[in-house]
Design a binder for this molecule. Structure first.
Ligand code: SF4
Length: 168
């Protein structure tokens, strides 16, 4: 997995001060995507043990932070590695976690038995706080929307959603 960039303090990707991690790679190919360069899985810095330690160190030593946001690209295409990092962030900091994805939550649930990557995507839903779901649709773009670009995208409390479906 490669990381495109990290914003160490931002108020753009969710409530409060957040640490935003942009994961490289996306296969959704939304028409009018804001960042076509982010589609490549080979762009950015390799996520290795040293980088992980840097991130955890940043998070533990910045008291202004209220949460961590994963965006991209689409972090669901690197779900196994992102999930492992989420486990560590939760265990070591307790910060809340938002994830942006081009998949809908319904797709992630329906595909959960299709393979290891799909199982990790579903598992992620059990451990994060908010999923911002769905592809970016140019015709539905609305600049007045908070934390999302087009009106089809939803801010979903994943644990409540799974509980309603008896999946948690
Ligand atoms: S999901 Fe995001 S990064 Fe991927 S193509 Fe769509 S807008 Fe671009």
């Amino acid at each position: 997995m490669k990381i495109l960039k990290i914003y160490k303090e931002t108020i753009s990707d969710g409530p409060g001060w957040r640490y935003s991690i942009y994961v490289a790679g996306c296969l959704h190919a939304c028409r009018g995507c804001h960042n076509i360069r982010s589609w490549s899985f080979n762009y950015g810095r390799e996520f290795d043990e040293a980088y992980e330690a840097e991130i955890l160190n940043d998070l533990k030593n910045n008291r202004i932070l209220t949460g961590v946001t994963f965006s991209g690209g689409d972090p669901m295409f690197s779900a196994e590695e992102v999930l492992a990092l989420i486990f560590k962030i939760k265990a070591e900091t307790g910060l809340n976690i938002w994830v942006y994805t081009g998949f809908t939550i319904d797709e992630l649930i329906d595909q959960r038995n299709d393979g290891e990557q799909e199982a990790a995507r579903f598992e992620m839903l059990k451990h994060i706080d908010i999923l911002v779901d769905g592809r970016w649709v140019r015709e539905l773009y609305d600049p007045s929307l908070q934390y999302r670009g087009s009106s089809n995208q939803r801010l979903i409390d994943t644990k409540k959603w799974l509980q309603k479906l008896n999946l948690l």
